[in-house]
Design a protein around this ligand. Sequence first.
Ligand code: HEM
Ligand code: HEM
Length: 401
Amino acid sequence: MTSYTSWSRFSKSMHWLIAMCIFVAAMLGWIAHESAMSPGKLQLFLWHKSVGITVLGLMCLRLVWRLIHAAPQDVSGMTAQELKLANLGHWVLYAFAILLPLSGWILNSAANYPFRWFGLFEIPMLMGPDKDIQTAATRAHWTLFCILAALVAGHVVMAFKHHLAGIPLLSRMLPERLGIVPTLAFLLGLSAAWVGLAYTMSYSTPSSRANQDQSAGQAVTQESVSGVSAGAKTAPLWVMDAESSSLTFIATYDDIEFKGGFSEFAPVINFDATDLAGSIFDVSINTTTVDTDNYDRDELLPLTDWFWFEKYQEATYVATSFESLESGQYRANGILELKGVSKSVPLEFNWEVVDENTATLVGTAVVNRRDFAIGDGGWFDDPTVGYEVKVMVDLMLTQSN
Ligand code: HEM
Ligand code: HEM
């Protein structure tokens, strides 16, 4: 077998590139973890995860490369015992530099936070939401990080110790024409620039709502709701079968869709396709039952910037004006009142009479979250939290006698 005195250009590039990425991921993770909840914090975590997944990919590639390419020949000046320990130490570094990002990926999947690698493509989730796995993987992520940090510290100390003892381990890992100081200074400078750029980009979301004229919510509050009580309820009343009905929505974070829903809502539906003038929808929604299957996000939703549970527990949707579209399709021109704001929101729906007493109503409406100050304060202008939310209603109804 051919033996080499130095690491290949590929091995050296991988070593320093991965070392830099691990340093950047650690800094971003640490800063994000210490920051108060805000759109910027979540953006920093998006950077953290993208850099972390890069480490995982590069480490796997490097592992395969290392398994099929021999290390350089042993240097003189080290005992057999020291060589064995150094070799073992390197394999342990491989293991932890793979396990750490893997634990991050698992914790992120269990927490149900889909994300795109540097905004380019979606990283698949490894599992569905699971609070227990999320808790265990979060603890493991931190523990693995501490172990890897200690291993790297020991690794660096040993590299310098050997270097000072005249054993050329460090020089055979350095780029050909660069000394140790320029190499480390270059890598540290690049890492600091990367962290600085990520931080600046994360916290430079467009002007906050506080700087705006704040007119969005107030203007629509003025919108007329006077037509609501005008209709006469001549159409038959339909009662919802709660077990077979749902009120859900699809929103986006970082351009990736996620689903949510309200488990408690009470629709009063008077509808007759041949008597649209006598039809009325009057729906009450218990907003405190909102759930998006993401424990961290669901902890934010009760707060002032989101649904503000303390002040608003109910939203209503009232429609007295209906239009017939193509066969079986209708549009309700209703008013949604949510978080103190009333605004017209058309609901297009399909009405299907299953038998004499049963009908289904399946419809969708598009709501702009900003019209109702859902995601206020720093979230208001944050485009990562998609503005448009698609609301889906699927009702199984029985005609009341
Ligand atoms: C070499 C790569 C990585 C390093 C050095 C690293 C390091 C860290 C550090 C220092 C923290 C803050 C401490 C903590 O809260 O536990 C953290 C948190 C976090 N990391 Fe990583 N991480 C890496 C990879 C990843 C990857 C690949 C993901 C996901 C795809 C990820 C997701 C997270 C998440 C979601 C948190 C917040 C945990 C919490 O709820 O507190 N990490 N990471
Ligand atoms: C996160 C940071 C780091 C990680 C994960 C890491 C990991 C590794 C691994 C796995 C090897 C073995 C190479 C192989 O078998 O393919 C290695 C070699 C080496 N590392 Fe690091 N390293 C890191 C940072 C550093 C730093 C900062 C220095 C020096 C200042 C350094 C100096 C060296 C040297 C000199 C070797 C070659 C040893 C030899 O020739 O036998 N490493 N490193």
